[in-house]
Write a protein that binds this ligand. Sequence first.
Ligand code: ZN
Length: 151
Amino acid sequence: MTVDSMYQEIILDHYKNPHHRGLREPFDAEVRHLNPTCGDEITLRVQLDGDTVKDVSYDSEGCSISQASASVMADLVIGKDLASATSTYDEFLELMQSKGQLEPDEDVLEDAIAFAGVSKYPARVKCALLAWMAWRDAVGQARGEVGESTT
Ligand code: ZN
């Protein structure tokens, strides 16, 4: 099995059996992000518990890459503290901007390494990043709303 077909397997598997899908309560912030070039949509909720990402739930429509990416992202950030979830986000962003030049670190990115091949196709990079951008936005809003008053 080649690396590319292994990556395709991972993406297809998450697409067919998405993890953590469905909108859940309670949540601190909800965002809706669109990728008009492909027609992908995601509604995403984040619940924080102090500095921990307690839950990420989402409802999404679109291509297999955007759907699989939401599933992989939720796996990677739920239960992590914000600092390490954000550094995973940064690493994924860097991978997606690498145009296929970066060797992904499986210890950090786990199944997200499967999107390394996608980074060669600028039109699809937005599909892979949609859920991550939504997560980042929701975390920002959640922190703005919850803020110092509860901590
Ligand atoms: Zn797409």
